[in-house]
Design a protein around this ligand. Sequence first.
Ligand code: HPA
Length: 404
Amino acid sequence: MSQDLYRAALAIRERAYAPYSNYKVGAAIRGAGGGIFVGANVENAAYPQGNCAETSAIAAMIAAGETRIAEVAVIGTGKTLCTPCGGCRQRLREFAAESAKIHLCGDRGIRKTVTLKDLLPLSFGPEHLGETAPAEADAAKVIRARAPKLKPKAVLILGSGLGPVADAIEGAVAIPYKDLPGFPTPSIEGHAGRLLLGRLGGVAVAAMQGRVHLYEGASADAMTGPLRLFRRLGAKTLIATNAAGGLNPDWPPSTLMAIADQINLTGRNPLTGPNDEAVGPRFPDMTEAYDRKLLKAWKAAAKKSRVPVEEGVYLCVPGPSYETPAEIRAFRALGADAVGMSTVLEVIAARHAGYRCAGLSIITNLAAGLSDAPLNHEDVVAAGRGGAKRLVRLLSAFLEETGG
Ligand code: HPA
């Protein structure tokens, strides 16, 4: 989406006049009207009275009659990211909202996207930006301060009514999401909104008790920040759990289903927009969305824990309305075994960031039209709770089996 801006910044960098430092910089600004304006840095013997690339681009924009900035791309020279200097941050703010995106680019593309707001409180220089965006860096500090010894190997996302899983985590340190910048706080009943750091099945885990969903108005990438953060803290496995409606009429409520694959019918993707090459590729492969070895491990864990587990395909809709019987018939024809309103976007973001993923659905009800009973959230949460103890046993055995 912002590739044109990146290419414009890259191309103009060639025109930079930097005979003293050899540090060439290119900047491209997209104006609110859609036009792209470019500038390069200009040094001269009267240094420091040179021009930054961003300043040059702003001048070009003004000369063309545009006065609002939508987004900016900046590229310097070498491996270290070039961020707008303190002066240019102020200049950009003159014409751009604090939420305006600033793409920091390398020779192979956009490497990091921040907002002007992220940059403004910081002093000059890329080193102050660190390797993580400020919100994630802050959350990492809180996590390290409160659970200094724990290095989570697996990230667990707990779905509706799965509180008992949280209770089973040994030596848990609980941190409310509100203390963790960048962690989106869920708004609905059955989703607590806290992070638990402890051990389950002998494995160090970071368990997110509560997640946000599209139907709450959350953006498609709302869970992406926390997932990337845990990846940076060393986690390699994601285990996403959820409550789901069952499409197989032979599966009674509280059946557990290991997710073998997924169908994303949300019409959304958490990776839309500029790609952060430092996290993962522009076009991540989803052939093995759910890791094959981990999928096998559910079967072994089922034997060990004597908790039976089915296997199937999870289909995600945006919700919040439950499905119609006609939709459920269509989803069965598409190859789905369970339907819900979570998980698939998290798994896309996690695969992009290099996690191996496992998923477990607790079938809380027969999907619409497969029984006479109308669906309601309270029954779904209650059914989730009903099966949660078995889920804990299965999950603990799974973690023992896989080692995280
Ligand atoms: N449909 C969608 N989401 C769900 C369902 C369902 O039947 N049950 C639990 N979550």
